[in-house]
Structures are given as C-alpha cells and as structure tokens.
Design a protein around this ligand. Structure first.
Ligand code: PDD
Length: 286
C-alpha cells in the first residue's frame, strides 16, 4: 500500500489522484514543500519540518490553512496505512486551482503528501564519497523558502551529473553557498564552518541538527560565508540532507579533497546523528 496519496483530506491510490491544469503549483510554481524522513515507520524531526513549512508559507505570502496539529496527525496515520518503515514523506502545499491570473486567488489550497520507501542509510562513514561540482549560483535571493520552484537546482544537479559528479555546489561571487539539494559544511583545524542560512541558503533541518550535535560534542562551529577556495582546501568536507543524512565529500571539480576518506569529525558527527535518529525513532511511542 505504498502507492497512496493524501490529497486535500482524501486518501487514494497515487494513480487516481487528479489535479487541475490550472493548479498554481503547476503554472506558477506557487507553492512550498517539505521532505521528511521516515525511520522505523516514524517521522524524524517533524516539528522542525513543520516550523519550516510555516515559515515557507509566510515567505510566499500564504497562510497555511491546514491546522498544524491535524497535519501532523494525518501524516502519522497515513504512514501507518502505507506500511512504509524506511522512507520519506513528500509534502506540498500550493495556492490552489484557479483560473490563471498572477493576482492571488480566493480558492482552497492544494495540500498533498505521499510516502516513498528508501533503502536504509549506510552506517556512518560507510558510503562512498560524494563528488561535488561547482556551478554559478543564479537562483533568487529567497533560498530560505523551500519553494517548489526548483528548476535552477534541477539544472545545476544535471550539470554536475553530466560532469561525472554527484552533486552541484552553488558558488555566488566566490562564496560556496549550498548544494542543489543539500547544505555544505567544511572542517578546518577541528572546527566546523558553514555558510549562514538566508538569501542563498536553505535552513536545512539536518544542518540544524548537526549544529546542535556539534555544540553537544564540543566541536566549535561558525556560520559565515565560505569561499570556494577555502572549502576546496579544507581538512574535511561534508554535505547534509534529510535523505542523505551526512555525505562525506571525496572530490570537488574532479580533484580529490583531503583526506580521501570520511574524516574523523565528519564520522563523529554522523555517528551522533544516527544515534539521535535511533533515540527519537526507535524508542517506545508516546
Ligand atoms: N532537499 N538545500 C537545498 C537546496 C535542499 O533542497 C535541501 C533538501 C537541503 C537540505 O535540507 P534538509 O536537511 O532539511 O533536507 C539544503 C530535499 C531533501 C529535497 O529537495 O529532496
């Protein structure tokens, strides 16, 4: 039963879901989304994702009409129905379906979510290293909004894939901002560095958790712009996202970056992240 969708309050097979041609998500990319990880049939960091969803709605001048508590309950019940134990929820809210007009319509929002199974993530340090590739950051200045307008990210990712890499790093005026679907961290002299969230960086939930874990572990962390040159010459590099957790970086623009394996601090943080996930999703349900 994994191929179900929750669409405006109704659960149905994904293949039976119908959306209007004039849905604003389709015509204007007028909507926001979230990707939430499911471990052991439970959602990881749901409150943080819902906080960001509300902020994203505010960012596109749209009040989130579905009640937050109800949304959380519906997603939890939905996951139980699908039987997905390891996977993700894709959730999207658009301004709704209305005759095409740039002016905001008066119509119900389109709210939907569905689950997708994912293979369990490999143990910390067990994945192969990520290959990064630089692309110019030509996105808008509101990257803190998790907007469905992802064409620049899609183009960047595919530029990286065409170059034989796995993930694109956006470079804005010499600053390595973030990646096409992940945040970027570097380690220099035992300390973490990451570009601040805002105009050019999404407030990643994994990033947030990693910064909190660094604090607990006594690893100093600074949020400031990181130049591409500084990143490439760092002691360790890693990227973070909901689906990937932490991915250590092996190369940048085809050149190996040190130390050529998962670095000690990256490994420590990834172990701590997996322990946090285990604690939050394997404990008996309240
Ligand atoms: N992407 N930066 C961008 C541009 C992203 O699209 C994402 C997530 C992140 C990491 O955020 P988080 O830790 O909350 O997943 C950073 C999701 C997973 C996606 O679009 O599939």
């Amino acid at each position: 039963m994994t191929d179900l969708i929750w669409l405006n309050g109704e659960i149905k097979p994904l293949s039976d879901a119908r959306l209007g041609v004039e849905d604003r998500g389709f015509q204007f990319a007028d909507g926001v989304y979230e990707v939430i990880r499911i471990y052991n049939g439970r959602l990881f960091a749901l409150p943080e994702h819902l906080d960001r969803l509300e902020r994203s709605c505010g960012g596109i001048m749209m009040k989130m009409l579905i009640d937050r508590q109800r949304l959380a309950r519906e997603i939890e019940q939905f996951i139980a129905k699908t039987g997905v134990k390891e996977g993700m929820i894709y959730l999207q809210i658009t301004r709704g379906d209305s005759p095409r007009n740039h002016a905001f319509p008066q119509c119900p929002q389109t709210t939907l979510f569905y689950a997708r199974p994912l293979p369990p993530t490999a143990p910390a340090g067990g994945q192969s290293g990520v290959k990064l590739y630089s692309v110019p950051d030509e996105r808008w200045k509101r990257c803190w909004i998790k907007s469905v307008a992802l064409l620049p990210n899609v183009l960047a990712k595919n530029t990286a894939l065409a170059a034989g890499a796995d993930e694109a790093v956006f470079v804005d005026d010499g600053v390595a901002t973030e990646c096409s679907s992940s945040n970027l961290f570097v380690v220099r002299q035992g300390a973490l560095l990451t570009t601040p969230v805002g105009a050019k960086v999404l407030p990643g939930i994994t990033r947030l958790v990693v910064l909190a874990l660094a604090k607990e572990l006594g690893i100093p962390a600074t949020e400031r712009p990181i130049s591409e040159a500084e990143a490439i010459s760092a002691d360790e590099l890693f990227i973070t996202s909901t689906t990937r957790e932490i991915g250590w970086v092996a190369s940048w623009n085809g050149k190996p970056v040190s130390p050529g394996r998962c670095g000690a601090i990256t490994l420590k943080l990834h172990k701590a992240l997996q322990e946090r996930i285990r604690r939050e999703t394997q404990s008996p349900q309240r």
